[in-house]
Design a protein around this ligand. Structure first.
Ligand code: SF4
Length: 347
């Protein structure tokens, strides 16, 4: 077990103290110890003047990444709707009337065709999502075949299939899986307001199985669920204190869908969303911070601010599971206007 460095917490105020905490955490990681981020330390980052927070996030980002590069992931829904879980934001839950039709698992050939198309458009990672509480054994065989075929195209593979046990995680690893996505969604103390059919600990257990199997972890959350800033900081603390923290952290802005319990929730202030990206970047310096759901509704200038705050990955393609996502051409035009290039693209 690695030693733990406690980032000074109780006495933290905004401003310089937040920077001190961030520096201490970075030093702890470089020295092989595990930095623990308290909610207070993260709140102090949130409380920085916006320009100072952007500057700090850029500093951290530039230490670890090319600040003009963005990674593209394409997400395909391989089994849509009819999910037994009751995640209050999700149109695929069978608990809500949202007009999303339940489908069966997509045939292998269609998945491979979609992966080929994504690759041709510049995506380097292909994510496959199935609306399950957890996969059954027959599903595992079919999904493993998909992983093998997509991998053979030279793309990174990611799946999100719900809860996994240790054997299932090991089976996916054997099939060649690179990443498993399983989000924590929100802070533990807000969680029960959003989901009742599985616990926070269930989610942490799946993440442990994934990590133990040697698969990279993709894990993030959603903001704009009606949570407080403290609860947003609580989510970031949970993510940053995973040991090690996830390799990919998707930050989603709630896409409100009629029929879900969260439709009609007051939207989050755009600058608060950008702050969340910056705080994720500072507390998890080497992770890929992914601008995920909600990008369709974001003005391009706000997306640019998110990149400035340290986002360096996006979901790419016309549909993000069941909701619209900016079209690839519009994305490429935005990257060109910003002088950004996509990872894997020639300089
Ligand atoms: S978020 Fe996933 S687990 Fe929750 S209802 Fe939607 S598909 Fe099911």
């Amino acid at each position: 077990m690695k030693p733990i460095a406690i980032v000074s917490l109780a006495s933290l105020r905004a401003g310089a103290a937040a920077v001190t905490a961030a520096t201490a955490a970075a030093q702890a990681r470089e020295s092989g110890t595990v930095a623990r981020w308290s909610v207070e330390a993260i709140l102090a980052l949130y409380g920085l003047p916006f320009m100072d927070l952007m500057f700090r996030a850029q500093e951290v980002h530039r230490q670890h990444f090319n600040s003009n590069e963005v990674q593209l992931s394409t997400l395909l829904s391989i089994k849509t709707g009819g999910c037994a879980e009751d995640c209050g934001y999700c149109p695929q839950s069978a608990h809500f009337e949202t007009g999303v039709e339940a489908s069966k698992l997509m045939p292998l050939e269609e998945v491979v065709a979609a992966a080929n198309a994504a690759k041709a458009q510049g995506a380097t990672r292909f994510c496959m999502g199935a609306a399950w509480r957890s996969p059954k054994e027959r599903d595992m065989e079919r999904v493993s075949a998909m992983i093998r075929e997509v991998k053979a195209l030279g793309m990174e593979t990611c799946v999100t299939l719900g809860m996994l046990n240790a054997d299932q995680a090991n089976g996916l690893k054997e099939a060649g899986l690179d990443y498993y996505n399983h989000n924590l969604d929100t802070a533990p103390e807000f969680y029960e307001r959003i989901i009742s059919t599985r616990t926070y600990q269930d989610r942490l257990d799946t993440l442990t199985h994934v990590r133990d199997a040697g698969i990279h972890v993709c894990c993030g959350g959603i903001v704009g669920l009606g949570e407080s800033r403290e609860q947003r900081a609580g989510l970031i603390a949970q993510l940053a204190n995973l040991d090690p923290y996830p390799e990919s952290v998707p930050i989603n802005n709630l896409v409100q869908v009629d029929g879900t319990p969260l439709a009609g929730t007051a939207p989050i202030d755009p600058f608060e969303f950008v702050r969340t990206i910056a705080v994720a970047r500072i507390t998890m310096p080497q992770t890929m911070v992914r601008l995920s759901a909600g990008r369709e509704a974001m003005h391009e200038s706000m997306q640019a601010l998110c990149f400035l705050a340290g986002a360096n990955s996006v979901f790419y393609g016309d549909k993000l599971l069941t909701t619209a996502n900016p079209q690839s051409q519009r994305d490429q035009a935005l990257f060109a206007r910003l002088g950004m290039r996509t990872s894997g693209q020639a300089a």
